[in-house]
Design a protein around this ligand. Structure first.
Ligand SMILES: NC(=O)c1ccc[n+]([C@@H]2O[C@H](COP(=O)([O-])OP(=O)(O)OC[C@H]3O[C@@H](n4cnc5c(N)ncnc54)[C@H](OP(=O)(O)O)[C@@H]3O)[C@@H](O)[C@H]2O)c1
Length: 401
């Protein structure tokens, strides 16, 4: 009988050590280890060598492990300390098939403890101006890669957004319903960055649709963010059963005219909602933020966007982790020495999508920005195109009210 990733991990006593690793390696069927730094090792022998090298580096390490399961993928975050060294940013990704580990990537940074302090004092800042921008239909430029904070509690949001700004992100995507606009606002204020460098998006919640209630809800969002304008305001869902999105749009057009919203957009609008909204409206939405990832490629909707001059912004661009174990993606990741998430983000960027991956994990926050030094080939883009399978992580927009 197939064992789940949780069961295999439990067998290891939630510890990593030589014996545990032997247990894991007995289960290998098809192996790949990516070691950074140090190149790529493949095959069963590569796995043995990679793990052996790491253990030789850290014979008496004190290991801290945090497992996270996403379907058939186990992400094992870890750090380790010895008298002489620290290992940080360790992430092992195990892909399970039929109860066996079918692929693994290992990434970590090994630092002599004496120099780590110096490194921390002068953190490497990714140059934010290396993030390309997309010019919207109102002439505004939005960074093509931003940072999302869905499901991040308000108390944790300030730390996450601060880490993102330090890493080099300048576009932040929140929403009234996330309950963390105040946490975002605190991070923005504490960053010391010029307001003009930032691109802040928030969204109007369904219960606030309607002309007057939209204006009131916008005031509340702005107060929580501690800002005098937002760069983009989105109708969060069309909620067709309410039939209020046209009135709501009129209120947002007023907010744009008043200079309190730079860019008006929508989210989760289907083709018929877009056509009905734009019929007789002053503004065509600059952006439609939709669920979009390799498992749900939204070909028809993206064609309608192109026809109407609406930019496509992808939410759940990583499908909340559900596509990161897809074999096409892990294979491409190994080829490029990148993580599955980086391959998926690169795929979005090459399609022209705006992306807003979310993470509360500093190493991933930085990793998701490190996607501008490689290019997917036409064959690799085609291989990811083949993963389209109507996979939704969220509700269907026609049904949510
Ligand atoms: N308009 C809408 O209706 C709507 C709906 C949903 C989302 N959104 C927006 O879109 C943003 C992104 O979508 P999302 O948060 O649903 O999903 P997502 O960005 O596709 O995935 C986030 C998940 O992936 C993990 N992750 C992030 N980077 C990773 C990496 N490099 N390797 C492995 N795992 C990684 C995160 O874990 P950790 O955080 O634990 O690191 C988290 O569990 C949201 O935050 C929100 O701003 C909008």
């Amino acid at each position: 009988m197939s064992r789940t990733p949780q069961e295999v991990f439990a067998d290891h006593g939630n510890r990593l050590g030589t014996g545990d690793l032997d247990l894991i390696s007995r289960n290998y069927t098809e192996d790949a280890v990516l070691l950074t730094p140090g190149g790529t090792l493949t095959g069963r022998e590569g796995v043995r060598q990679g793990i052996g090298a790491l253990l030789a580096d850290l014979p008496d390490a004190d290991w801290q492990l945090t497992p996270r399961f996403a379907g058939d993928v186990l992400f094992l975050q870890w750090s380790a300390t010895t008298a002489g060294h620290e290992v940080t940013d360790g992430v092992d990704t195990f892909v399970f098939r039929d109860g066996l580990i079918s692929a693994q990537t290992v990434r970590y940074t090994l630092t002599p403890r004496t120099t780590r302090t110096a490194r921390k004092a002068t953190p490497t800042m990714a140059p934010h101006n290396s993030i390309p921008t997309v010019t919207l239909n109102n002439g505004t430029e939005i960074p093509q890669l931003g940072f999302g904070v869905f499901q991040v509690p308000d108390t944790e949001t300030t730390a996450a957004v601060t880490a993102a700004l330090e890493a080099g992100y300048r576009s932040i995507d929140t929403a009234a319903i996330y309950g963390n606009e105040a946490g975002v606002g605190k991070a923005l204020a504490a960053s010391g960055l010029d307001r003009g460098e930032l691109f802040v998006t928030t969204k109007l919640w369904n219960a606030d649709q309607g002309y007057d209630s939209t204006l009131r809800a916008f005031d509340a969002s702005l107060a929580k963010l501690g800002l005098d304008h937002v760069d983009m305001y989105l109708i969060h869902w069309p909620t067709p059963a309410r039939d209020l999105y046209r009135d709501t749009w009129k209120a947002i057009e007023k907010l744009v005219a008043d200079g309190r919203v730079r860019t008006a957009g929508v989210s989760n609008f289907q083709p018929d909602h877009l056509r009905r909204l734009t019929d007789g409206a002053n503004l065509v939405p600059a952006v439609n933020q939709i669920e979009l990832h390799p498992g749900l490629q939204q070909t028809e909707l993206r064609a309608v966007h192109a026809e109407l001059g609406i930019a496509t912004e992808a939410w759940s661009p990583l499908a909340q982790g559900a596509v990161l174990g897809d074999e096409a993606i892990t294979t491409i990741a190994t080829t490029h020495g990148k993580s599955p998430a980086q391959v998926v983000l690169r795929w979005h960027l090459q399609l022209g999508n705006i992306v807003i991956p979310k993470s509360v994990t500093p190493v991933r926050i930085r990793e998701n920005l490190d996607v501008f030094d490689f290019t997917l080939t036409d064959a690799e883009m085609a291989s990811i195109a083949g993963l389209d399978r109507d996979l939704r992580t969220g509700p269907h927009p026609d049904q949510l009210s």
